[in-house]
Design a protein around this ligand. Sequence first.
Ligand code: PXP
Length: 245
Amino acid sequence: MTAKLGVNIDHIATIREARKIREPDPVTAAILAELAGCHGITAHLREDKRHIQDRDIRLLRGVITTHLNLEMAPTREMTNFAIDVQPDMVTLVPESRQEITTEGGLNAAAKTDDLTQIVSALKNNDIRVSLFIDTETDQVKAAKKTGADFVEFHTGRFCTAFELGSTAEFERELSALQDMVLLAQKYGLRVNAGHGLNYRNVGYVASIDGIEELNIGHSIIGRAALVGMDAAVKEMLAAIRRCER
Ligand code: PXP
């Protein structure tokens, strides 16, 4: 089974918010990404609303035809918003105001009780829940305890090792990812992955059996700025399909 592609459209909103005007619209970008064949749309509503706005998520909910994955911090306020909007899935991510992008996974092991409450509030409202975690045994075990349906493994360390060309580090990170996918499956968790994936490194991750969906933002939106959304999404789909499992 080939991994599915979720396109993260946050950076279209980043461009819009650079001018605080109406264009470009992430909702239009999502529709174009769907027309190009992606399998889902992901958007991160940060607490500081610095790129995606409440309005974007509400409109996305209304217009997209694949599935909507809302990334958000595990707070009561965001949980209430998600229950109101009803995305297909919520991915809980850690958030700090100063970070340029999500820097690491959730510390599910340290916050198991708080996360369990939020996971259960979302699931009781028919929203699937995924926890964005690092490839660590304790985090997988904690994710299981929270009752989450999915984990999304943070591929940042793997991608950095790939870019630095460090073979030992690259192999260590790839094998950690493979091992953690197996462990998550053993616990009955479904598995997604993302962060830092691009046209050159995606094949290694896409070929790991058991990873259902890859959430990719920066590389696709960066390429879309130069060649258009249609070509950027289709090229990523082709890169994923090249390593059909
Ligand atoms: N998955 C999660 C949980 C994220 O927070 C992000 C970044 O917003 C991504 C995937 C996509 O990362 P990138 O933009 O590096 O492809």
